[in-house]
Design a protein around this ligand. Structure first.
Ligand SMILES: [Zn+2]
Length: 500
């Protein structure tokens, strides 16, 4: 892992430089504690400092998280994305619980990614300075610590919600790390459960800048009535995980450089999966400074980046839902696609009971693949070929629950998606960008992209010409695409190219 030299790291800590927050951690050998650059505690001596690029690396080296600067609240950045896709895919799977519980092993994880276990461990050491097991363990500890600190959730629930197999294991690990029982870490003033017993509120920190307005208007233009609501600067939606139904509410907390997330859900075990979906939709982990610096080197993109410095690439809530939306959006406007999605949900979505405190506009959950695979879709107002494509998608997704999980290389993922009837190159690239969170996906034949390129370049390029032009934007072409869409007035245009 490439860290700046020790002098530079030390200066970042001495000056409490927030630009390094989430990218750099210091372990202090005299105390055994690791900190964020912004820690208010007095700076340690230079010779007592060890520097790390991830919390997991500091923890694997035997340091425990500082109780003052709380490493669990540092932005969780994917700055290695673009350098190793295997690592970023593995991290996405770990965040979804791929290494939680006894039955899950690094070998199984590696197999899903198409590499050997040894190779995966080597890549983790190279990019994160920690093993996959240590990364998973650190995630559990830090998430548990955040729940202890920010909510009033009972300790037994915290243990389950953060992926510990048992309360005993949770207690053991916390005692060995913090030298006190988990309950001793709770502040009396935690207010994460205010009056509403069934909800949990957490903060997800991002690395600024964050263009919240663009994110929200993107979501608003596509919000499916009954499933999603955008109102008063906040976003609500219904959630279904493993047959259970709840809701999330997301707001912006600009002073805290965070998103505030309130989750109402009957199963605490599902919290990490729900949080990781929120992170994906809102692109919380983007290292936007690195991405902007790279894209700004191109004179074509530099003015766009300057105009919208915190623009994120929104993700899909679930791979299946996103793929359905992509098919509904083929050759029609965003508004028409939204009406079709509304129809689909009204016909086949499961009604969601009004859970206490969530938005009254939420009435349904988005239909599952299993449900749509069995349903007659003839009631949908769209051409028969596209209904057939929807059916094929639902059947493929019901048969393979990992269809929209990270898999192999981007080319392999695209090729696999294209084997589904009705999914061509544009749709596959679009799914890779939004659902698989491929930072380098680029649907070059998209009319909105071509229009955006025309708006800044004068003449509209051909898809092949644009693809060629986009070569220097690697490995961040998905963000370049987002800027081009924005430049082309883009919220209107995810219609696919005519030839697909
Ligand atoms: Zn600290």
């Amino acid at each position: 892992m490439e860290l700046p030299d020790r002098e530079v790291c030390y200066r970042a800590f001495q000056s409490r430089d927030a630009r390094f927050d989430g990218l750099l951690f210091v372990g202090v050998t005299s105390t055994g504690i690791y900190c964020r650059p912004i820690c208010p505690a007095r700076s340690p001596k230079f010779e007592n400092c060890r520097f790390f690029g991830s919390a997991a690396a500091a923890q694997e080296a035997g340091f425990r998280p500082c109780l003052r600067c709380r490493p669990e609240t540092a932005p969780d950045l994917a700055s290695w994305r673009g350098t190793s896709n295997t690592v970023s895919r593995a991290l996405a799977l770990i965040a979804d619980g791929a290494l939680d519980g006894d039955r899950h092993s690094v070998e199984t994880l590696a197999e899903r990614l198409g590499v050997g276990g040894r190779q995966l461990r080597r890549l983790f050491m190279q990019h994160l300075g920690a093993s996959p097991i240590a990364v998973a363990q650190t995630r559990r500890v830090l998430f548990a610590k955040q729940l202890i600190h920010e909510t009033q959730m009972p300790m037994a629930e915290v243990a389950l919600a953060s992926g510990f197999g048992s309360v005993r294991r949770f207690n053991e690990i916390f005692r060995s790390l913090f030298r006190r029982p988990p309950s001793a870490l709770r502040r009396k003033t935690s207010t994460g459960r205010t009056g509403d017993e069934a909800s949990v509120t957490l903060r997800l920190r991002y690395r600024p800048p964050y263009d919240w307005d663009s994110m929200l208007s993107y979501l608003q233009a596509r919000a499916i009535p009954g499933v999603e609501v955008v109102e008063n600067g906040s976003y609500w939606r219904t959630v279904e995980v493993d047959g259970f139904v709840g809701s999330v509410e997301v707001t912006h907390l600009p002073q805290r450089q965070s998103l505030g997330v309130t989750i109402r859900f009957p199963q605490v075990r599902s919290l990490p999966a729900i949080v990781s979906r929120v992170r994906r939709v809102f692109d919380v982990g983007a290292d936007i400074e690195t991405i902007s610096a790279h894209l700004s080197r191109d004179p074509l993109l530099a003015p766009l980046v300057a105009q919208r410095p915190g623009l994120r690439a929104p993700g899909g809530w679930s791979g299946f839902e996103l793929a359905v939306r992509a098919i509904l959006g083929q050759q029609v406007s965003v508004a028409a696609a939204r009406r079709l999605a509304e129809q689909l949900v009204a016909l086949h979505g499961k009604p969601a009971s009004q859970s206490h405190g969530s938005h009254p506009g939420l009435s349904h959950v988005f239909p599952t693949a299993e449900c749509l695979a069995l349903k007659d879709l003839s009631g949908l107002g769209m051409p028969g070929a596209r209904r057939a494509a929807l059916k094929a998608l639902a059947e493929a997704s019901a048969a393979d629950p990992h269809l929209f999980r990270p898999f192999g290389t981007i080319e392999e993922a695209i090729a696999r998606l294209r084997t589904i009837r009705g999914i061509g190159e544009w749709t596959a690239q679009y799914i890779a960008l939004r659902a698989l969170r491929e930072t380098d996906a680029f649907p070059a034949s998209d009319l909105g992209l071509l229009r955006g390129a025309a708006a800044i370049h004068g003449a509209r390029p051909t898809p092949a010409g644009l693809l060629n032009r986009a070569e220097p934007w690697r490995p961040w072409r998905a963000y370049a695409a987002q800027h081009l869409w924005a430049a082309g007035g883009a919220v209107i245009s995810t219609t696919r190219s005519a030839h697909e």
